[in-house]
Structure formats: structure tokens, C-alpha cells
Design a protein around this ligand. Structure first.
Ligand SMILES: *Cc1c(COP(=O)(O)O)cnc(C)c1O
Length: 374
């Protein structure tokens, strides 16, 4: 197995930490208060395994009919792991799509025949070659055949490339680590295209609150759409480990079955209390996101003035390259001066750095040091 490598959390010295897309701002005071309130003698008791209060709050926040449209997990990474296990990989594809018991039986026999002939239904899971690097890790963990689709010249994704036989599609929108957002209408067409075959399209909206176009309001229209969010980025709660998914109750039930085959209590009492307060304090978090977007746009302009190429970002990070410096060289020079960013030793993105948006002061320091280096 080749596991995912998270961005480093160094302890050797103080860095300006722009490498893991955490928020530079603290969580809402209401979140901290809710966690304090929950830190009481009830911690001797197991938490609610159904996380009903939190799921109800999330359903209300997104205008969904009820908690059965919402799943919550110990970070969205956990939800992704469960979703890959639940929805992707070899399956009795035809059986699921048939409506009558007789048709389902025939389809199952057909699949069994194919399997017996050494020809099982192994249509691949599709995702871009440049995207969140946890996706191939989950696919390999669960033995899911997958095909990576190359992004285009300027790292754009064309949804047309994903209209092909598959067992499902995973797209991050905005994408990571590029920050490029996908238009809602084109994604909706893709979801529609895959609906007939019963393929789940998973849209990972980890960064959507920084200017992306969300599909959260489409889950009632498309029963094959699963939208995944996290509290780690826009809600300043990477340390609490909470994510959630929105989708048709059948999809939510699929996730629940995986979870309850693994760990019934993935969210603890403190996380449940803090997460609910975060979902309810929209005003605070909208203001934080707006601040980060303003800092992003200013930083982009200043880096461009220094000769950097900055990809258009709808996220809380930017993906940048300087024509006069190799990526690894810039990464090391910044690190030596106390600034941590993310660099990948990978072909097409070797010369790029992913820089999380920090406070205005942190970004000023970054820009000053870049000027010195260059
Ligand atoms: C950060 C991130 C996640 C994981 O978030 P957690 O909730 O902290 O597990 C998922 N998907 C993408 C694309 C991310 O960047």
C-alpha cells in the first residue's frame, strides 16, 4: 500500500504555516463556548451514534427535508473513504438498475456468468490526474479499478472527458491543488449523464465557501449526487475533525452501513457540540471567508507583479510558479526563511507551489521574502 502523505506539521521551529490550507483565523467564539459547555461529566457516556442533532442542523442549513439527507464523519477524509467503499468498484451493475425482482434476478445471473467467464464488471472510477492525492489511495485501499483523466493545458477540467463508461466519478470543486473551480451547469450535465447507469458522482466541495459554485441544492434533484464538505477549511476547525455529506437518503444509508461496520461513534461529544455551533454561526464564517478571499486577490496581484504565474483560484490557497525558479528550489528557499508551503515532486506540477492564504501580515511577509529570493 502507498498511503497518503499529509502536509507537515513541524515542531522544530516557528513557521508561517501556509502548507495545509488551515484557516489563519480562529473558530467562532460560539464554537469554543459550545465545546466548553460539552466538556462535562457526560463525557463518561457514549455520544449519539446517529449524530441526529448535528445532522438536523446541517439539513436546516442547506434547506433539505431532514437529517436522513445528511451524513457526518470524522473529517471529510473519513467520509470519502466510506463513500469509495460504499459506491465504487466492481458490482452487479445491472442488478441495481433493474426495477422488478425478476429483472434483478436475471441481471444478477448475467453478472455471475460474466464473472464466471473471467469478465466481471470492472468499469473504472474516474477522477483527474491532478487532484486531491487521497483519491488514488482510497481506490487502491478498496481495490477499485480507476482511470485518471489528464487535466488540460492550463489545468482545467473538461466534464466531457468524464462522459464514458465508469463505476463512478470523483471531482473536487474547486479542484486541489490548483484551486480552479468548475461551472455548476457543466457538472450538473455530467451528473445527469451518469444517472441512467446508476453511477454516483461525488463532488468534494472542501473549498467551495471561498468562491466555488456549490451543488448542495441539487441533491434533491439527482439521487446519484453526493456532495462532501468539511469544517476544516472555511470553518477553522481542522483540529476538531468533522465533515459532512449531503445526498439522497439511499446514499446516506449506504454510508451509514459502512460506518456501522467499522465504528459506530466516529464523532465524539465535543466534536458534535462544536460542529453544530459552527454550522449555526453563518454570519461569523461568511465574514471570515470574505476576508480570506480579499487577501487571496491582493496576494495574487502582488505575486503577479513579481513575475509569478498564479492560477485562477476559487479556494483558500493559490497555485503559483515562477519562470526563473524551479519549484523545489523555491520551496526550500522559503522554508529556510521560515515559510512553509506545499510542493509535490511530480511531473507536471513540479514547478508549482501551493500556498495557503494566511493573514494579511503573513502574506506580506511571504511576498517580501519572495521578492528577496527572486
Ligand atoms: C482538506 C481536504 C479534505 C479533507 O478534509 P478533512 O475534513 O480535514 O478530512 C478533503 N478533500 C479535499 C479536496 C481537501 O483539500
Amino acid at each position: 500500500m502507498e498511503p497518503y502523505t499529509p502536509g507537515e506539521q513541524p515542531r522544530d521551529r516557528r513557521y508561517i504555516k501556509l502548507n495545509t490550507n488551515e484557516s489563519p483565523y480562529p473558530p467562532s467564539p460560539k464554537v469554543l463556548e459550545a465545546i466548553r459547555q460539552a466538556a462535562n461529566a457526560d463525557l463518561r457516556l457514549y455520544p449519539d451514534p446517529t449524530c441526529l442533532a448535528l445532522r438536523t442542523a446541517i439539513a436546516e442549513r442547506y434547506g433539505l427535508p431532514g437529517a436522513d439527507w445528511v451524513f457526518v464523519g470524522n473529517g471529510s477524509d473519513e467520509i470519502l473513504a466510506f463513500a469509495f467503499a460504499a459506491f465504487f468498484g466492481p458490482r452487479e451493475a445491472a442488478a441495481g438498475a433493474k426495477s422488478t425482482a425478476q429483472e434483478a434476478k436475471e441481471a444478477a445471473e448475467q453478472t455471475a456468468l460474466q464473472t464466471a467467464a473471467g469478465n466481471p464488471d470492472t468499469r473504472p472510477l474516474l477522477f483527474p490526474d491532478i487532484t486531491y492525492s487521497f483519491y488514488p489511495v482510497y481506490a487502491e485501499l478498496w481495490n477499485i479499478p480507476f482511470r485518471t483523466i489528464p487535466v488540460h493545458d492550463h489545468f482545467e477540467i473538461s466534464v466531457e472527458d468524464y462522459k464514458q463508461p465508469a463505476c463512478g466519478v470523483v471531482l473536487a470543486n474547486p479542484n486541489a491543488p490548483t484551486g480552479i473551480g468548475l461551472a455548476r451547469e457543466s457538472l450538473i450535465k455530467l451528473i445527469d449523464w451518469h444517472r441512467e447507469a446508476g453511477n454516483v458522482v461525488l463532488v468534494d466541495e472542501a473549498y467551495v465557501d471561498f468562491g466555488g459554485e456549490s451543488l448542495a441544492d441539487q441533491v434533491q434533484r439527482y439521487n446519484n449526487l453526493l456532495v462532501v464538505h468539511t469544517l476544516s477549511k472555511s470553518r477553522s476547525l481542522a483540529g476538531l475533525r468533522v465533515g459532512y455529506a449531503l445526498g439522497h437518503p439511499d446514499l446516506i444509508e449506504g454510508l451509514r452501513r459502512i460506518k456501522d461496520s467499522f465504528n459506530s461513534y466516529t464523532l465524539d461529544r465535543l466534536a458534535l457540540a462544536g460542529a453544530q455551533a459552527a454550522i449555526e454561526d453563518r454570519e461569523y464564517y461568511d465574514a471570515m471567508a470574505a476576508r480570506i478571499v480579499a487577501t487571496r486577490e491582493r496576494s495574487r496581484a502582488e505575486l503577479e507583479a513579481l513575475g509569478f504565474e498564479v492560477l485562477p483560484s476559487a479556494a483558500n490557497f493559490i497555485f503559483i510558479r515562477h519562470p526563473a525558479r524551479r519549484g523545489a528550489e523555491l520551496f526550500q528557499a522559503l522554508r529556510n526563511r521560515g515559510i512553509l508551503v506545499r510542493h509535490w515532486n511530480k511531473g507536471r506540477i513540479y514547478d508549482y507551489l501551493r500556498v495557503s492564504i494566511g493573514t494579511d501580515e503573513e502574506m506580506d511577509t511571504l511576498i517580501r521574502i519572495c521578492r528577496e529570493i527572486i
